[in-house]
Ligand binder design. Sequence first.
Ligand SMILES: C[S@@+](CC[C@H](N)C(=O)[O-])C[C@H]1O[C@@H](n2cnc3c(N)ncnc32)[C@H](O)[C@@H]1O
Length: 263
Amino acid sequence: MSSLQDAIACPLCRQPLAKLPQGCEECFNYFKTELEKIPTPLMDLTPSAALAQIEIYIVPRKLLRTELFRSPIISFLYERVLPPIWAMGLRNRGIDVEFQQCTEFFGQGPEIVVDISCGTGMMARRLAQLGQYKHIIALDYSETMLQQLQQQMQLDSIPPSQITIIRADVEALPLAADSVDAIYTGAAMHCWPNPEEGISNIYRVLRRGGKLFATTFLKPLPSVVFRFFTVDELRQIFITAGFHPDQVWVEAKGIYGIIKCLK
Ligand SMILES: C[S@@+](CC[C@H](N)C(=O)[O-])C[C@H]1O[C@@H](n2cnc3c(N)ncnc32)[C@H](O)[C@@H]1O
């Protein structure tokens, strides 16, 4: 499937927004209007955005490890402070090395590539500039991270049509089942409230033969705010989500974990 409109779905009923009639009429108008914004910059496809339209709805707060990234200060500082620290070895010798590993793994085939929990879009922007994929979707729960992504796109002269930006919750992904070819989710799982739920959502939306490249941080980092993993725990999360054990590769580079999966 290569149509963006077939891939983007209501996060409540999970039907592609392009398909009529919709499964849940309450959210239909809201999401349809959001979809019509493509390729304008930012759609909010979180379940709470839709529910707030149809009832008095108090958006529940997520765990600190997710809410932290909604702070404008954290979002502003994120890309300005962290990359040189990562490049010293903490994160895979830097984002450019990670970009190379990720694109090598994806190969030439993918048409729809999604950067889940994209933050300021360091990977999504590189993927767009590569010019090899038909559609890039960048998703994050933090509206302020996505605003930084929009600003960076302007600075990098990447037109809005090259990256579809969606505010979304990985636990209610607004993507149809079996709809995307490749997913990158970098340094993100340890920030999600429920990584098991997030990875099973990713498994659901990847098409058969689709590829996932994920990275996260490992124990012995202490799980105080973030939740860190052992290599065995990671393997188990991906296998429980549905990936075949022979198609899950987990590699530890110090405290950094790199996971590659084939659906
Ligand atoms: C450490 S940042 C990683 C950003 C980027 N992927 C990178 O490689 O630097 C973690 C990101 O996960 C996002 N996040 C946390 N909880 C989320 C959720 N439930 N759904 C989607 N994104 C989430 C945060 O907003 C934040 O941008």
